[in-house]
Design a protein around this ligand. Sequence first.
Ligand code: ADP
Ligand code: MG
Length: 356
Amino acid sequence: MGRPRSVRDAEVAGKRVLVRADLNVPLEDGRVADDTRIRAALPTLRLLLERDAAGIRVCSHLGRPMGEDPRYSLSPVRDHLRSLLPDDRLEVLENTRFDPGETENDEGFARQLAEGCDLYVNDAFGSAHRAHASTEAVARLLPAYAGLLLERELDALGRLLGEVERPFVCVVGGAKVEDKIGVLDNLGRRADTMLIGGKMAEEVASRFPLGDFSVELPTDVVAASDFSAGAEARIVASYDAVPEGWLALDIGPETRERFAAEVVAAKTVFWNGPMGVFEWERFAEGTRVVARAVADADAFSVVGGGDSVRAVQEAGLADRISWISTGGGASLELLEGKELPGVAAIPAISGGAGNG
Ligand code: ADP
Ligand code: MG
């Protein structure tokens, strides 16, 4: 797969540009609760404004509304974006998922989005794994280009699939076991060590051909009497020692130390998925220790996955990580080796460095 052609190489002066951004941010009481994704969309918009685009129409989905549900209106996002980038040339459309044509990849809806525009820029990495009207169909109607964020994501994640500096250590945890099994397989071939924690660890042993790769599982774990913040908890030496009816909700101190040592010694690190139920302080230490190790490593480090990214940010470690991916599902599918429909729809430049 070649590199998609870049917005940097597009002639935009005097043109009207449709931009698909990923403005799918959390809202609270009708306000933007975390504007990371809005800020991540700014470089491409600024580039277009600086290069004298005549108009920029930004579109995005927000959440998973069933039809036109005002709770999912992009209007708070529009206000926030305008405050960060006040320019009359900027227009923000309403939530693309208000139209059923969006998820159906409907050409009629794509035509509506493209109406009056001269070219299309896809900067929504977080949605690139979906073939939707605003990410795929529309790229067949207008000359299409990759935005700066999309490019940087493809570069950073693509680097993990190429010639990496070793040791290459992958840490995988969290709860979305189904989504992550494919990644284990593709990264397992490339990594020197895979460290598995979280809920993943319980299921992986029985479902994954561990013999093929160098996989390390937790030894000691924090066992809890039930799934609650106030559960009775104690450290046990192994999964087998978890009392009947109890749950393993974090990796134990010995495992934390072993995992951290592997991560700190790495030259390339990928981390996706917390080591425990980090939302509850008593089961947060495993995730915190791993987050610190990823930050401390003198390595090219990439963190992906909404919850892992949140753990890194809460620990104040974000600026010590080489790349924090804005796309959870998209980053996993890319690392699984799949082609992303939103990227495949953009014409490739020939002769560029492949992404694997
Ligand atoms: P990410 O968003 O980083 O990809 P996931 O969504 O897969 O990660 O998983 C995050 C969730 O996994 C968190 O809500 C966390 O509480 C939960 N989790 C982590 N470890 C365990 C565990 N041992 N048992 C149950 N839930 C867990
Ligand atoms: Mg998650």
